[in-house]
Design a protein around this ligand. Structure first.
Ligand code: IPM
Ligand code: MG
Length: 368
């Protein structure tokens, strides 16, 4: 296997603390497993704005494009509330998604047995939960034009965002969902709002047609996205794979994350199309949680979502399936042993720091 090129963008808030724990695994796998990871590092979000006056520099953008995988921490914080809209921290993440064409965002929500009690839902509702949200990531209202605030000249302004989807965008994201469903329970539920949105009508049609033409072996159902949100908190285990657009996916994946006990648990992978020459996909891995500026710098953040995002990187970018599974098992082992960061702590468990959590998972990984 050739060198594996990683580009690390720790970002703001708790991003750098969480990324420090992933560096331990990269170091260990290089030293003990001959993994040959080469990692470079850049700035994104507010930290990039402070250094360069942009949410990501062109030079770092080039490095991201050239890497086999980008590991991303988190961006944003009150410090940058007043920066111009185009330079706000989130713009760096959106630029990476758009220019790398990372249209497929995989957000698994898995409830570790040890954490069933820390969900705000009853344990029997979330125990053993294993769902995968496949969120479209480069289209829809996030990027549709026009996107502006115009002055109507009568003392009123008008804010405009545009929800727009073309056939090919819906086709390729639903194909990803169907393919992944084949490796799981074989069920896809598509969510849109076809009762009020034209883009929802088209979404529904294209998903249905893609299913019929290419994936008739998978079980397909449709749900209006609001009802989907309700069903997610009512009985989430009814779902296997959920496929939905950019905005609904943003909201529904936060809901799904909370089912698992903490937003600090949920990893994600954002993938592009396979390159026709090399078969490789551009990819970015990030925890679903944000930068949590309120707890940044205290060493108490939960690094599990970031570490689990690295496990997804091993799986999807490097086909290191055994190592990915071993890492996922190590996380479960540490939770079973009662070790917890503050966000998932409950009576009778040991409250530990970010660094201790990383060390404990690394120890379990090296043993297992
Ligand atoms: C997410 C985040 C981002 C999004 C923000 C930071 C732009 O909420 O990845 O879910 O809205 O996509
Ligand atoms: Mg979000």
């Amino acid at each position: 296997m050739a060198t594996r090129k990683l580009f690390l963008l720790p970002g703001d808030g708790i991003g750098p603390e969480a990324m420090a724990e992933v560096r331990k695994f990269i170091g260990f796998m290089n030293a003990e497993q001959g993994a040959d990871f080469h990692s470079d590092e850049g700035l994104v979000g507010g930290s990039a704005y402070d250094a360069y006056g942009a949410a990501i520099s062109d030079a770092d953008m080039d490095k991201a494009m050239a890497a086999d995988a980008v590991l991303f921490g988190a961006v944003g914080g009150p410090k940058w509330d007043a920066v111009p809209y185009d330079m706000r921290p989130e713009a760096g993440l959106l630029r990476l998604r758009k220019e790398m064409e990372l249209f497929a965002n995989l957000r698994p929500a898995i409830c570790y047995p040890a954490l069933a009690a820390s969900s705000s839902l009853k344990p029997e509702v979330v125990e053993g939960l294993d769902i995968l949200i496949v969120r479209e990531l480069t289209g829809g209202v996030y990027f549709g034009q026009p996107k502006e605030i115009i002055d109507l000249g009568n003392g009123q302004k008008r804010g405009i965002d545009t929800q727009v989807y073309d056939t090919y965008e819906i086709e390729r994201i639903s194909a990803v969902a169907f393919e992944l469903a084949r490796t799981r329970r074989g069920e896809v539920c598509s969510m849109e709002k076809r009762n009020v949105m034209k883009s929802g009508v088209l979404w529904n049609e294209v998903v249905t047609a893609t299913h019929k033409a290419r994936f008739p072996d998978v079980k397909l159902s449709h749900m209006l996205a609001d009802a989907g949100g309700m069903q997610l908190v009512r009985w989430p285990k009814q779902f296997d794979v959920i496929v939905t657009d950019n905005l609904f996916g943003d909201m529904l994946s936060d809901v799904a994350a909370m089912l698992t006990g903490s937003l600090g648990m949920l990893p994600s992978a954002s993938l592009g199309a396979p390159d026709p020459m090399t078969g490789k996909r551009k990819a970015l891995y990030e925890p679903v949680h944000g930068s949590a500026p309120d707890i940044a710098g205290q060493g108490i953040a939960n690094p599990i979502a970031m570490i689990a995002s690295f496990a997804m990187c091993l799986r999807y970018s490097f086909a290191m399936i055994e190592d990915a599974e071993r890492l996922d098992r190590a996380i479960a082992t540490v939770l079973d042993a009662g070790l917890r960061t503050s966000d998932i702590w409950s009576e009778g468990c040991d409250r530990i720091t970010t660094a201790d959590m990383g060390d404990a998972i690394l120890k379990a990984y090296s043993a297992g």
